[in-house]
Design a binder for this molecule. Structure first.
Ligand code: DQA
Length: 164
């Protein structure tokens, strides 16, 4: 590990990379909300699946959800300097399409992040086709339902490994 990188992209006491999973507005309603689009799984079931996959991949997974833009921004600020987390998996939900504040926060902390969407946003209304995060994300996964999160976590794990 190069010294300048180890201070920024460090890892937990176990040596595992630490991933913050961030979910934006309305995703607390998964399982009850538009099940034809988002499926039947609840957010807690998704978080359990991510924690389990994280264990297999040697990651410490911490999950966070908020419906409030400023709270999401403040959570991202906790990633500053890489002291608490090494990478971010984010489903920004509708704020992905609207929030320059989320964009600026993710730019500021400069950790690798993967953007995920359960639905294929490119096959939906035009206002969903663009997000303010996609152009500087390490990767973007859309359209695979719960698997968007799991594939995104695998991609993020590989990315963090490369940056060691
Ligand atoms: C979403 C897609 C967004 O357009 C929408 O606002 C969401 C969920 C997805 O996971 O497919 O809330 O991010």
């Amino acid at each position: 590990m190069k010294p300048n990188k180890s201070s920024r992209s460090g890892s937990g006491s176990s040596g595992n990379h630490r991933v913050l999973v961030i979910n934006g507005p309305n995703l607390n309603l998964l399982g009850k909300r538009e099940a034809d689009i988002y499926g039947a799984s609840s957010l807690s079931e998704i978080n359990v699946a991510l924690t389990k996959l994280g264990e297999e991949l040697g990651l410490e997974v911490t999950a966070y959800q908020s419906n409030i833009e400023g709270e999401l921004v403040e959570k991202i600020h906790e990633c500053m300097g890489g002291k608490k987390f090494d990478g971010i998996l984010i489903n920004p939900a509708a704020y992905g399409h609207t929030s320059i504040a989320l964009r600026d926060a993710l730019k500021a902390v400069a950790l690798p992040f993967v953007e995920v969407h359960m639905s294929n946003i490119h096959a939906r209304e035009e206002f969903r086709h663009k997000t303010y995060l996609s152009d500087f994300a390490s990767g973007v996964v859309v359209g695979f339902g719960v698997d968007s999160y799991l594939l995104g976590l695998r991609g993020l794990a590989a990315q963090m490994k490369k940056q060691q």
